[in-house]
Design a protein around this ligand. Structure first.
Ligand SMILES: [Zn+2]
Length: 368
């Protein structure tokens, strides 16, 4: 009995591994066998099964070496889809995302009118665009602190109307579809993981606050909710400013956009970048680089990552910041192997956060 159970588990594990890989990029059966470590025969068996179930499709044959051609396999974008909810301080956006990560439809609800009823109505309105696809879950992206395990929003600053709301169970119950709550930065990290550029990275979401998502060995740290990777609340000054979390000198109390710009002539990060030739703007940019470098180096000393992604407001004109941050990290870590750490801009599309809710759902769906 235990043996049969084990065999079922392995089969399911292998099927989901194949789907996870193909969601990132199309691959031939031979490439899949190499990537999974399974035999060609086992890989073909899984692929044929998934093809017959309509979960995969075959693309046109591609020429490989020695005049042979291979047929790439891809996920069928019309088989599954996910609903998404992005809660932030300015608005609430709902969307529908296909299995291949494309946004099918979306709707913005003004923050003042966002309630569970309005969200349910918005999500129900999107279902007509699902066509024949099965909806496998609802991904909810929200600023922390929150309990991923309980699907409950805790007490994010300036987010009072949602404090203590068990939004995960409420949407699961109302929609009859499993709903998963995730930190906005962690959702974006899952989204970035799908790009396949790195399996060991830090994603920094810097806007109203400083959020972080850490991926190590291809896995989101805190994926089971016990660790949240709150780099924004690590201290960069032991006797520094008092933070709402109770600690002193938290990275967020210096590097969040409102804290950085406090007392300056700039009202937003965009204004600062657009006025980059001024000495005031240069000074603030240099300061932001120093704050972020201090935080990033704290992390690099604990967890090896090869890439830092910048997301949120600071990705506007982000190459200016990325270049300086790269230099500062290398300069502060003489003799260490940090000089090869890449600093890149995360997916810059305005819909990236909404697309990340699909990644929250599919990462659950494709985990055994
Ligand atoms: Zn703090």
């Amino acid at each position: 009995m235990a043996k049969a159970h084990n065999a079922d588990y392995i089969k399911e594990y292998n099927r989901k591994t194949v789907l996870r890989l193909l969601r990132r990029e199309p691959m031939s059966r031979a490439q899949l066998a190499r990537a999974t470590g399974l035999t060609r025969a086992a890989t073909s068996l899984i692929a044929d099964e998934l093809l017959s179930e309509g979960v995969l499709t075959e693309l046109s044959p591609q020429k490989t070496g020695r005049g042979r051609s291979a047929i790439p396999l891809a996920v069928n974008r019309d088989r599954y889809c996910a609903l998404g909810v992005v809660l932030d301080r300015l608005a609430c956006t709902v969307g529908l995302i296909d299995f291949d990560g494309n946004l099918l439809s979306s709707k913005v609800l003004e923050s003042s009118e966002a309630s569970i009823d309005a969200i349910v109505e918005g999500l129900e309105g999107l279902l007509k665009h699902a066509d024949q696809r099965s909806v496998v879950g609802i991904g909810i992206s929200c600023p922390g602190p929150l309990s991923v395990q309980q699907g409950r929003i805790l007490n994010p600053p300036r987010f009072d109307r949602w404090h203590g709301v068990p939004i995960g169970s409420m949407l699961t119950e109302r929609m009859g579809i499993p709903a998963y709550l995730e930190h906005d930065a962690c959702g974006l990290a899952l989204h970035q993981l799908e790009k396949g550029e790195s399996s060991d990275f830090l994603l920094l979401l810097v806007q109203e606050g400083v959020g972080s998502g850490i991926v190590s060995n291809g896995q989101l740290l805190g994926g089971h909710g016990r660790f949240t990777g709150e780099l924004g609340h690590t201290s960069i000054r032991f006797d520094g400013r008092r933070c709402e979390c109770g600690n002193r000198g938290c990275l967020e109390t210096y590097a969040s956009i409102p804290n950085l710009l406090e007392g300056s002539c700039f009202a937003s990060w965009k204004e600062l970048i657009d006025d980059f030739d001024s000495s005031d703007a240069k000074l603030l940019l240099d300061r932001e680089v120093e704050y972020l470098a201090a935080g990033v180096i704290n992390l690099l000393n604990l967890i090896p990552v090869d890439t830092v992604y910048l997301a949120g407001d600071i990705s506007y004109g982000g190459e200016l910041l990325a270049q300086r941050l790269r230099g500062e990290i290398a300069a502060r870590a003489l003799g260490r192997d940090f000089s090869s750490v890449r600093v890149l801009i995360a997916d810059p599309r305005p819909e990236a956060m909404l697309l990340s809710t699909g990644d929250i759902v599919f990462s659950k769906f494709l985990t055994v």
